[in-house]
Design a protein around this ligand. Sequence first.
Ligand SMILES: C[S@@+](CC[C@H](N)C(=O)[O-])C[C@H]1O[C@@H](n2cnc3c(N)ncnc32)[C@H](O)[C@@H]1O
Length: 325
Amino acid sequence: MGNTSSNRKRDKDNSQIVPQADSNTIPAHLTGNGCSIRADSDVKIIGGRPYLDEKVSTYICPTDWEEADRIQMGHFILKKLLDGSYAANLSDIIKPGSKILDIGCGPGHWSFEVAQKFPEAEVYGVDIVSSFPNEIKPSNCYFELCNVLEGLPFSNDEFDYVFMRHMVSALKKDQWVPLFSEIMRVLKPGGTVESVEFEWAAKSMGPVHTQLITKWFEMTSKTRAMDFQFTSKLEQTIKDAGFQNVTCICKDVPLGKWDEKLGRVAEIWTANLAEMANGMKSLSAQIMGITDEEWMNIINTIVQEFDEYRTYHEHRIILATKKYD
Ligand SMILES: C[S@@+](CC[C@H](N)C(=O)[O-])C[C@H]1O[C@@H](n2cnc3c(N)ncnc32)[C@H](O)[C@@H]1O
């Protein structure tokens, strides 16, 4: 993974990242209903929705505004389900001038929230799709269009805290280790990484769900070299990357409406995941060798199974620190 600092433009006086729209961003109207990306060859339209071309990222969700809205809504529901937007003790970690990085920031709501909560810090969000705002945002929040697989466009030892959430759907098996090396490089000694994923193999799945997920793991591994079971390997991968003080927090999140304590929140989260499955429809149907209609029928059946089988997802939050030299 090479360092792409040459791609990075900063304002000399205040160190702000300047959006690269002038040089290599294609306006949204040239990419169907999609958000801005680096080049229109990075996107292909399947079933009327834009997806990233596999040569730049194996991400399986569409890159349009509809999906950006879903991710944004998901952020607020997750905040409720996971008891906050982060697990790290940021009040201790963040000091005046501290820098925070949000990898695969999507529309940027996590970055926004943290920038507002810690006005004395600088928050940087990076994503390959620019659904994040370039103008209306906190003044200590910066976004940059970048493919994290080409390296993080930052200097060594720059960040106090790096956050990365829901990248299992965006990375191939062999892309995790280099990405954690990059995170290690840009973290300051003593800095903290927080990586958040859920187990795609839910607990207590119904028969249709079990069948789909088994086939999904097989086909995404075979056709796209992805590992949708990576969440269970996350903690060990972070340890192997040389991080220390590695801890894992597990939280069970019910699917459907069977958990009376959570009620509507779990139901809204389930609807958000069903919307994600709908967004993935055409690409997923292609991967699975079925029609779009068959994919949606399976998804609808699975949603009905949730209450009968009391299905739930295990979310894992891994916290770790970079060693001092
Ligand atoms: C499931 S979304 C998660 C968004 C956000 N982290 C959250 O939890 O709300 C995955 C994000 O990764 C981004 N992504 C996928 N491949 C990427 C890559 N190679 N480089 C940078 N971002 C990428 C997608 O554009 C998308 O915004």
